[in-house]
Ligand binder design. Sequence first.
Ligand SMILES: Nc1nc2c(c(=O)[nH]1)N[C@H]1C(S)=C(S)[C@@H](COP(=O)(O)OP(=O)(O)OC[C@H]3O[C@@H](n4cnc5c(N)ncnc54)[C@H](O)[C@@H]3O)O[C@H]1N2
Ligand code: MOO
Ligand SMILES: [Mg+2]
Length: 398
Amino acid sequence: MELTTVKDALTIILNNSEEFGIEEIEFMHSAGRVLKENIVADRDFPPFNRVSMDGVAFSSKAFNEGIRKFKIEGIQAAGSKQLTLKNEHHCIEAMTGAMLPNNTDVVIQYELITIENGFATINLDTVKKYQNVHLKGLDRKKNDVLISKNTIISAAEIGVLATVGKSKVKVGKQPRVMIVSTGNELVEVTETPAEHQIRRSNVYTLVALLEKLNIKAETSHILDDKDTLQTNIQSFLKDNDVLLFSGAVSKGKFDFIPEVLDNLGVEKLFHKVKQRPGKPFWFGKKGAKTVFAFPGNPVSTFVSCLKYFYPWYNKSIGLNFESKHEAILNEDFYFKPNLTYFLQVKLNQENGKLLATPIAGKGSGDLANLIDSDAFLELPHNRSNFIKGEVFPLLTYR
Ligand SMILES: Nc1nc2c(c(=O)[nH]1)N[C@H]1C(S)=C(S)[C@@H](COP(=O)(O)OP(=O)(O)OC[C@H]3O[C@@H](n4cnc5c(N)ncnc54)[C@H](O)[C@@H]3O)O[C@H]1N2
Ligand code: MOO
Ligand SMILES: [Mg+2]
């Protein structure tokens, strides 16, 4: 059977993105989520001519007429209503964050003046109009779009949401995801495996990879029994938007996942991709439900999640899904099979360049090697010799 190329597999997956709807949440819980409304300025930024130095405010006209010694009329504090300078030859002490008093247009900081007996003497030859004044509307105007729809909310956005009074904010709903491991050889993390057993690890790797996308996935484990698989998966399909499987998609006598999914009416969109690791990857849909069945070897599951689930999710949620990460291969590398090779690499910066040194590992079962590397370099399938200095796409996970 002809294998699907990595490019075609990704295209099929992206053509099958889904929308999960919109919900309104507390802005303080919105970090990491995708904004689903434009956030506009509810007033000018700053909202008034704002004093930006502690000092005295006076009229530049009076200064230019030669006045240097100004009688102090009062104090304009931050948080107080705007005062009005009554005599244009006087001044008002004004604090950072306060409204610039009416009839004044200059603020000179305390460091440059002398205050004595209720008078401020300005020790300067010239002043500029609106010196030390942050003018109303200088940063942004009322009704300007401050944050556009489909922005990922981070600390910067949280501050702006707060300042415009958006205590509740519309964000994209997260998909309901069930992560399922299969296999009689797998025991829980808290158990001591017998000689023929191992602890299940892939589901937890996937949970952690999805947490980076702010998805709180559920997990489950099913033994290699067709009926049990069928019953459980049927109910998972009902209650979730996405199922992620790890294992039981290859040629083994107990690799029941493709058959069971078929029985349950999940349409196979491809099975087996021209890649290593991860060749037996299966992808399908049932209506709006999406099923990623990753091969069970830990590195296969890991890289397939990065390469396929991440962009599928990003497109679904309305984000630009194209990864523009690239790195420079730092050693010659040879890979014979006609498969896209996801080469494990260690990254380091040198003179502003991102270098990727191969840490190939012992195959797709070698999950400890994921500790020594920190990304995958995607080497195309149609060649075997990769030369130091060439640039390739990068999938990072740190
Ligand atoms: N005759 C063939 N055999 C295999 C082929 C093939 O093309 N022809 N492909 C190989 C490749 S490549 C891979 S990858 C694996 C994929 O296997 P499955 O998806 O069927 O997964 P399993 O058989 O269930 O398990 C494979 C391996 O991974 C371990 N595993 C599974 N789940 C977990 C988990 N949650 N945590 C940790 N480890 C897990 C499992 O114990 C096996 O060692 O098939 C090759 N065979
Ligand atoms: O291609 Mo499999 O995913 O190497 O072990
Ligand atoms: Mg198998």
